[in-house]
Design a protein. Sequence first.
Length: 261
Amino acid sequence: MKPVVKSIDDVVRELEMIITNSELRKSPRGYFAALYRRVTLEIKKGVDETDVEKQIFQDSSRMEQLDIVFADRYISAFYGFKQKEKISTSWRFPFVYAREYWPIALQHLLLGINTHINLDLGIAAAEIMHGRNLEDLHDDFNKVNEILSSLVGEVEKDLTEIWPGLKRILKWTKKVDDFLIDFSMKSARDGAWEFAQELSQTPKELWPAKIAERDKKVMGISKLITSPGFFISLIFKIIRIFEKGTVEQKISYMAKIKIRS
């Protein structure tokens, strides 16, 4: 049964449950959950800040609501997949893809980041601001994205500890480095906001059709991540061969990566 999420603490608890479940099953699905837990804790820290001079969100209560609705989309997709329910194609794809041997840890992470930002974030923003002026959320929306955007850079820097030689491989072939950089969080952020604007200007009964259309576009990016072309795929296979550690060890390491401000 899908859990009820009513607070950021509930979100953290459910992410920890997904992480534990993934560790027990030795499933790479836990990679994204582990990093997402770090992001959620950063948002919680901002929401809980009482010193006015240190507050990073304009409206902490509204931000908590956004975080809950946003995270609940991922949590619902995870449990929906386990219970064989119909979920968005762009979430089903990474959950199924986690069964494959060859994808590197970074590909699993990018698949989760892609769907969560490009699909879920716009929906969550439009949902909590329904009937209100969406533009009032823009600054806080960007603050969330500053935290989320840090993931790609930190993953590229920190996950080099998971496998030996990755730094040299990335220096040796700029094409692979460009592939990681070209998965632009700025583009994802801007696209998410544009999608939120599109939904906010659409009658709610027409949202399912808009979301289905967006889901297909997000799947296009997912396919780029998993099939980036012969050369990059070959390099990824080399990286995968030399990845060290079990799935459980990788999940544990990712859970400890800190988001740098």
